[in-house]
Unconditional design. Sequence first.
Length: 430
Amino acid sequence: MKKIGKFLSSMPFAITLLVLLAAACAFSSTVSQGQAYEYYAAQYGERTAGLILALHLDDAFHSWWFIGLSVFLCLNLLCCNLIRLPGLLKRVRTFAKPDGTTASNATAEAEGTGDPRRLFAALHMPSVRESENGQLYATGNRAGFWGAWVCHLGILLLILGFALGQITMKQYTVYALPGQTKGMDDSGLQVTVDDLQILRAESGAVQQYTAELTVLDPVNHTEEKGTTGVNAPANLYGYKFFQNSVGWGADVRVLKNGQELQKEGLCVGEFFAISDKPELVIYFPAFYPDYSGEPKQSDPSLPVKDPAYLYQVYYQGQILGMNVLKAGEELTIDEYTVLFENPRNYTLLAVKRDVFTWLVLLGGLVTLAGLVMAFWLQPRAVCAVKEGENWHVFGRCQKGGVLFREEFLKAAAETGFTPCKSSDIEGDDA
């Protein structure tokens, strides 16, 4: 068991895991996530597509191997901290003992008839203790011993938060025209886009997309309202609604023998079947806000000037035809008349819920605290021993010996002490 624990907590094992994780993330970033087999087969060939699905490279961050690597890295950090804890506690206790600082391990020392308590105060060490033999002693910044340990703990929390968040995260995509209501799959919630605003600068450039949302919980008969914009998500029912992108859409009316049969709001890329003839399907592949312009563009940020609608008609799965309808033009199919009108933008919302975000934030704060403790707090101890009429004072700093020695000798000179010749030697880590 000791050998296993030593291996799990070793630095080579940690470096190997980090390299594998970095390589896995880099490789996975080259593979489109969440696509179907047909997509990968078209892109990479059938064999490679099968390998991608077999190794779960289509959903890398939820794959068994990524979770396994994350678990082993967490074990490495946990074992490292647990194994180091007893020795670290002993080290801190030893450092706090009066006999822990002597002339043999001192970073700097001085002697004289000055008041040692003034020296302690000058070194910002007011909590002075006195031993049974009259020795004065004080320590400071002992939290610095814990810097690396706390940093490891923070990294462990970060990895746990990220891994658990990826495993349990709920993600949905909702796109809808203003006024439309769409369901959020298995969440049971319904999202209504009340309005979509496009804020433009004087030059006409788009500055912000803002969507007004209403989210309804039909089971509990409650609703929440919010506004989402680019980089300003709305938080509703514990989900974050991100304004991901926008596109074009329009209303499509179907008349039968001159009487309105149905009306559908379609986003570009959607289709619908005629209600009383479901084998007849109308597909809306593209919209051009300014068809008279060159080249023909479907940019959703462009203003509508001369709208045109690209359509395709299918009957029993076979395409009957396709063409472009300009504003006011009609498509006639036997007794049916199809009209495209009221072009407007739709919003595409990315909806996410990660219940472990707090753990990632906590891990980040703990890691930051550990770095501050490791690099800013320098454990120091000062001891004063009475030798006849004089005091012999020793200063010891676990890290940053050169800086501490300079500070110690300066404070000693200001409080009536003279540096000893032994202070010319190097300190603990100088």
